[in-house]
Design a protein around this ligand. Sequence first.
Ligand code: C2E
Ligand code: CA
Length: 726
Amino acid sequence: MGREELLQDELNRNKATIEIVKLLGENDGFEIIVSKALKVMGKYLNVTNINFLKLRSDRTGFALISEWMSEYGKSVAEAVSGSSPVKLTADYVPDSIKVVNPGEMPEEYIAFSNVVDVKACVTVPLRINGAVEMLINVCHNDADRVWGESTLQFINAAGQIIQSILSRRLSKNSMLRSFSALKEIIDNSTNGVIVLDRQSREILLANRVMQEHFMLTKDDASGWYGFYDESIRRPGLEDDLFAQVVEYYSKPYKTWFELTFKELVWVDGRKVILCIAKDVTAQKKYQEKIEQQANNDFLTGLYNRMRCEADIAVAVRDAERNRGTGLIMFIDLDDFKNINDVLGHRFGDLLLQKIAEGLTDIDGIQNSCYRLGGDEFIVLVTYDQYVKVNSILASVVKLFNTPWDLEGTEYYSTMSMGIVRFPEEGWDVNELIKKADIAMYGAKRNGKNQYQFYNSGTEVSTLKRLDIERNMRKAVSAGCEEFLPYVQPIINIDTKECIGGEVLVRWDNPEMGLLMPGEFLSLAESLGLIVDIGDRILECTCQTLEKWESKGKNDMVMHVNLSSVQMLQNNIVDKVEKCISKYKFTPSNLVLEIRENLALHDIERVKRIVRDLKALGVKIALDDFGTGYSSLSYVKDMAFDIIKVGQSFVQDIVDSEYAKTFVRFIAEISETINAGVCIEGVETSEQCELLEELGISVIQGYYFGYPMPIKEFEKRFLKYSWCKIL
Ligand code: C2E
Ligand code: CA
């Protein structure tokens, strides 16, 4: 090379060096900067190929990041692609700049140099954190190419510049400050992280979570590829990959992932896909819970109304298709409002839960019990379970005839149930539920604690119920005068004398005629009108007692029924007190009858009220004893003055040894517990005689007289209070 040529070469070299130095300040991606540098180098050096290789993370081979070729050069990318036996192995990794002159090709390099047509080359290793991570290969296909000192200096300098660009890039981003730190951080992430070469799909990095869940080991990434190909590279999806969120369920770990994809330029400049698998199991579970809540009743865990309606629709269709029959059972508790009012909501809730448990234990309906809200339940018997219908019905009835154990207290809660058949009675879900509801009201009207099948006749009575409701509101707001106190005599069979009577309400309505308590009292309770009606009956009774006493008849007692709602009003004691002072009569002639179920409610509260009432001088009777609610210890505890034994005992007394024993027992212990006993519902002379034999003195029943208007009672019993009635 002549002097002029040397000067020109120096000038070109300086120019090229300056161009490469300039790249230090550029903001392009590393890959672009590298390709620019390679181009400058290639042109100045006048070689055939310069390639830039990055050592793979497992250090077993190289990946091609960028290459530049002259018009005579062969492409490395092509040489190593596809089925080519030549691979960029890591066999040739020099420690420092390595010069290969023609004829000196190292053995590890021969196969590669043959394919790429390299006769002479210079390799510059680039280090990151001290370790060789990349190589720049400057290659020439000319067997005469000799590398001069200044050329080598230039190549080395260019390599240093590229290395410093790379280092800067790395230090710029603290996450990527070092590969090991990065790997550490990523490895410990609870999210799965995987980085793939966009072109070759080579896995550049996969953290622990990713390896565990996607069955990806160093040697076997087939799990990942299987998933990737199946779920992500579906036709049409890949184009849209970066806008996708793909869900993945890891079965062995019962873990849900949400995978998102990003296109990134990797630290070495190549295009990669970063996939982040976020563990969304907790979120999923929460979602499932919300979905479950949409279908389930929170309190009991049963399905709710929404699910009920959906299931009925399916059940009706199935029954029709299979020419079968199904049933809807609509259950409503008889006394629930009371339980909540008296025992408190906690017990109410507990009861509902127990009922739910009991229902779902019944064979054939485990999966078809629903709570509609409040104290309403639906049981759906699908056509394929219809063969079991009798046992299901019997089990449901039995469930409610057995006491519930509420935190150690035995409690009875009966129900009324309406039943409708489908598709016989209809196809429409709402219509069917309505019909079951109508039948349920029929059961209530008939005295509760029973079930009724829907038939169109029931519907008529529901219309009547609406009439009753309207008329009752009217009657109450007009001062309750339509509600009349009838009196049924109470007789002492030892003396054969009438000792008083029980006041039983009747409703004389101009539109509907005379109604019995069974026809309107539970409705009055549920409408909250019972208190007004009860107050009116109490007033009438006290007024009557005053009248009798004023006429010198002061040994007649009057029994008045108090419903639990009345009894548990805050001011019941005040009310009775006011009546006593307003109407002058002997307070002990007033007997307040309270029902057994009340005695099982808030015992302390009931006891307090009973005590306060008794302090006013009135007497307290326990009504309808023996129907199964309370035990004798309550009776003793409560200090009732009178125990009234329910009709059911009398009905059985002639034939049933148990009834006889029970009545005798009550008669015997009445003295011990200091209470009188009154047996209700006596209809025949046979019953009456037997009761006398069993030691009973006080009796009430149709045998002696039906409930009658006060005037008639006075006529028949007051005037001749001494007379023999039998
Ligand atoms: P209860 O307190 O058990 O009243 C006795 C019921 O038995 C009365 O029914 C009475 O007519 C009926 N009865 C009396 N003797 C016989 C008999 O020999 N055989 C039969 N089979 N039945 C007999 P009623 O009048 O229909 O009253 C039903 C229930 O309504 C009463 O049952 C009572 O719990 C309630 N009730 C009646 N009046 C009132 C009231 O003013 N206030 C409240 N809260 N409840 C009332
Ligand atoms: Ca009674």
